[in-house]
Design a protein around this ligand. Structure first.
Ligand code: PLP
Length: 291
């Protein structure tokens, strides 16, 4: 895209295995296990007014994601918190995005990688939220992906593991190619699961319904929005949702660190009108992240 700086050629600092180093020096070798075999976990966080929202929860999830892949991230969650804060400060980020990533290195190159060192890096960049609440309220359009979230015995579905995003990128590329903004993924049973990088909620009869996260990420934003809805006295129902039930939803929105609370106006044959509940939760979320 014209005018967008490539991510490997920027000024600033990246925290890499324990120290801040110049941005352009944060490199890995082409024979890296994480690249070939998907032994890689990551996080996505947002900085609001210089402070990372839910930092401790994200650092803890990163460590847990690694454990689920049998990878011990060589820093504690508290150390990752400190590294993240140092990186935000060193780069002077006010409103931005944080990308911690842990991966197996290059000592062995095969399926087994018992001797490989596990690395950790934290990068941050400026990323203000360009959307006004009113622009958000127009809502986005989703197709329905041909790819399905896997059974928990097929993949470590509770881990934010790089390998699980292969089908997300494929789904999102197809959606964008067809003029949609994102794609709704069903799970292995055919139940509604989530979008390619965000959880999904529906308003049905004044209640908030959302799929039970038993084979996809129980997003930190999802949990936050459930608490905000309950604080408003909105009933929240976590359950199995079949795609044909979308016909009775009046509002729909996505939640995620990047998506925040983003209304949806169309999924496949179903249309929704972003309304009162979406508007209220967008406002509550915006107030909370900047509190
Ligand atoms: C596949 C997927 N589901 C859900 C989420 C939402 O998670 P969170 O709210 O913790 O950002 C994300 C974003 O990280 C994601 O990539």
């Amino acid at each position: 895209m014209a005018g967008v700086l490539p991510f490997d050629d920027r000024d600033g600092f990246i925290w890499f295995d324990g120290a801040l180093i110049p941005w352009r020096d944060a490199k890995v070798h082409v024979l890296t296990h994480g690249l070939h075999y998907g032994s890689c976990v990551f996080e996505g966080e947002r900085v609001y007014g210089g402070k990372v929202f839910k930092l401790a929860e994200h650092s803890e999830r990163l460590v847990k994601s690694g454990e689920l892949l049998g990878m011990k991230v060589p820093f504690t969650a508290a150390e990752i918190d400190a590294a993240t804060n140092d990186t935000v400060k060193a780069n002077g980020i006010v409103d931005g995005y944080v990308r911690p990533v842990a991966w197996r290195g290059s000592e062995m190159m095969g399926v087994a990688a018992q001797a490989n060192r596990i690395h950790l890096a934290v990068a941050v960049w400026s990323w203000p939220s360009y959307w006004s609440p009113e622009a958000r309220m127009r809502g986005i359009r989703l197709n329905i992906s041909e790819w399905r979230r896997p059974h928990p015995q097929t993949a470590p579905t509770a881990s934010k593991a790089a390998g699980l995003y292969m089908i997300c990128t494929m789904s999102k590329h197809k959606a964008e190619g067809e003029g949609f903004e994102d794609s709704l993924m069903l799970d292995w049973r055919g139940q509604v699961a989530e979008a390619t990088g965000a959880n999904v909620f529906f308003v049905m009869d004044g209640e908030l319904h959302t799929p039970t996260p038993d084979c996809f990420l129980n997003g930190i934003t999802r949990q936050t929005v459930i608490a905000l809805a309950k604080a408003r006295g909105i009933k929240v129902v976590e359950r199995a949702i079949m795609p044909d039930e979308l016909a009775k939803a009046t509002e729909c929105f996505l939640t995620g660190t990047a998506a925040e609370v983003t209304p949806v106006r169309e999924i496949g044959p179903h249309t929704f009108t972003p309304g009162e509940i979406s508007r209220a939760l967008i406002a509550d979320y915006e107030a909370l992240v900047r509190a």
